[in-house]
Design a protein around this ligand. Structure first.
Ligand code: AMP
Length: 212
């Protein structure tokens, strides 16, 4: 299976991606996770990406293409893939098509998780992520301010550098301008599955599984 996960920041793509990649036994490829890991390791790629990520802007396409191409060069995508956070604009979607066409392959499904703007802002301003296993948690009024640790692996939970309110608003604008048009693009190719992203993690997962 070759799947793309679409949806605004905070739609729950990362969380659902883990379940989908496990069910279909395909690698979960999050360009955001890859960039954050490079930034954390202070690599040249990470240094280039940091100024864009921290401002909520898209990292230049050339950097993203390098990451994606190296995945295709290795055997990583041989049995399929689940892209989470890629493609993010029309140029990236065209590039992906070009790469796949050369290998006589195509995308099977595009899962679009739909969540309202108000709900996204509410989720992202409260989001903390495990520094080790990347599990997502929400700060509520009860635990706000206390030292937070992951219920799965015990490591510290932290806010992402781009989850501050001004950066969230920028990311939403970038999503609306650059990424949302891909919904129509994949709809016209008859690949799109629209999924209601409200409710519990389990409910959203079941909606996705029943349509895939
Ligand atoms: P995400 O984890 O998908 O929300 O991505 C976090 C940030 O990483 C984005 O706001 C961008 O700065 C950058 N990023 C992730 N994926 C891409 C992509 N495909 N193209 C450009 N920038 C990206």
């Amino acid at each position: 299976m070759r799947i793309i996960l679409l949806g605004p920041p905070g739609a729950g793509k990362g969380t659902q991606a883990k379940a989908i990649s496990k069910k279909f036994n395909i690698p979960h490829v999050s360009t955001g996770d890859i960039l954050r890991s490079e930034i954390k390791k202070d690599t040249p790629l990470g240094n280039q990406a940091k100024e864009f990520v921290s401002k909520g802007l898209l990292v230049p396409d050339e950097i993203i293409f390098e990451i994606i191409k190296s995945g295709f060069k290795s055997a990583l995508f041989a049995d399929g893939f689940l892209f989470d956070g890629f493609p993010r604009n029309a140029a990236q979607a065209r590039k992906l098509e070009e790469i796949l066409k050369e290998m006589d392959l195509s995308i099977d499904k595009v899962v679009n998780i739909v969540v309202s703007k108000n709900e996204i802002i509410r989720r992202l301003t409260r989001r903390v992520v495990c520094t080790k296993c990347k599990k997502v948690f929400r700060i509520d009024d009860e635990n706000n301010g206390s030292a937070l640790t992951c219920s799965d692996c015990g490591h510290v939970l932290k806010k992402r550098i781009d989850d501050e309110e001004d950066v969230i608003m920028k990311r939403l604008k970038v999503y609306e301008d650059d990424t949302a048009p891909l919904i129509e693009y994949y709809k016209s190719k008859d690949r799109l599955l629209g999924i209601d992203g409200t409710g519990t993690e389990d409910q959203v997962r079941e909606r996705i599984f029943s349509k895939l």
